[in-house]
Design a protein around this ligand. Sequence first.
Ligand SMILES: Nc1ncnc2[nH]cnc12
Ligand SMILES: [Zn+2]
Length: 355
Amino acid sequence: MCKDPLHHFLHGLPKCEHHVHLEGCLTPELIFELAAKNGVQLPDPGVNPAYASASTLLERYRRFTSLDDFLSFYFEGMAVLLTADDFAELAWAYFVKAHADGVHHAEVFFDPQVHIGRGIPYATVVEGFVAGCRRAETELGLTTRLILCFVRHLPLDSAAEVYEAALAHGHFEDRVVHGLGSSSTEVGPPKDLFRPLFGAAKERGIQITAHAGEEGDPSYIHTALEMGAQRIDHGIRLAEDVELMARVAREGVMLTVCPISNVQLRCVTAVSELPIRTFLDAGVPFSLNSDDPAYFGGYILDNYCAVQEAFNLSVAEWRLIAENSVRGSWIEEARKTELLQRIDEHIRQHGTLAN
Ligand SMILES: Nc1ncnc2[nH]cnc12
Ligand SMILES: [Zn+2]
C-alpha cells in the first residue's frame, strides 16, 4: 500500500481499465500450477535458471531490459494455458483483483494468434475468456469488453486467420469481441502491418485501438491514427511531437498509459519522467492501466498511487482522469452516465478529506 494520504481516496475512486493483457495476468505461481496440471514442460532451468521456481521467475521479472526481453517470458508463460477452464480461471483471477482495486469497467486484451500457433483452437480461448467475463459481470457487477489483439511479430496471414475466425463465429456482430488491437514488439515490423485488416474492420464499424509510442517514436502513433485507431495504447512518446499532441487533444483520442510497465520495461527510469503533467496541460485525455500486472508487479491501484507519488495531483485532476477514463470507454451512454455519477458521489464524499 502506498503512503500517500490520497491512497484511500484513490482506492475508492471508480476506475475503468482499458489496457490489460489477460495473458499478462498469469503469475509465476499459476504458471507452475498449470504446467504441473497440464503436463506442460517449462523451459529447462539448466538453460534458463529463471525457471528454477516461481520465486526465481518473479525475481527475473524485476530485471527486464526492454519490451522484447519481457515478451520472450510473456509468450513462453502462456504455453501452460490449454483448456477453456484455464483461460476462464486466468480471467477471473484478474477481475477479482481489479474489482478489489475499484475497477467498475474493464476492457481486456487477448492474443489468439499465439494460442492458435501452439495448437489451441480460437474457440477454446474465447470460450474461456468469455466465461471469465460473464462471471465478473454476474458476481462482481463489472462491465467488461474483450479486445482481440493482433501481434506484430507474426505474419499478417496469421492475423487475417484470427480475424476471419472471429467473423465466422459472428463474434463482432454478437459483441462477444468488442474491438481489435495490435501489440507485441514495436520497433522492427512494418508500422502499418495491419492496415488491410484495420481498413476492413473499420468498414464494419469495429472499434480499433493500437499499441504505439511505447518504445517507438511519435511516427508510430501517427501511423496508428492514420490506420483508424480510435485510441492509442501507451502513447507516452507523443509528448515529443507537439503538433501531433495538439491533434490528439483536439480529436479527443484517449491514451491508455501504463506507468509501472514503462518503468519495468526501461522506457523511462522513473514514473516521474512520464509526460503526465504535459498531457494534463495539453488537454490530452488518458487513462491509467496495469498492462501486464503479474509481470510488472502492480495492478491498477498501484499505478494510480505511483502517479500520485510522482506528480502530487489535485482532486480536480483525479476527477478529470477518472471522467476521461469513462468517456474513452467503449460502453453505452447510460453506463457512462452511471459511472460519472459514481465518480461525482465519491468525490463529494471523500474529495475534501483528501485535500
Ligand atoms: N507492453 C506491451 N507492449 C506491447 N505488447 C504487449 N503485449 C503484452 N504487453 C505488451
Ligand atoms: Zn500492452
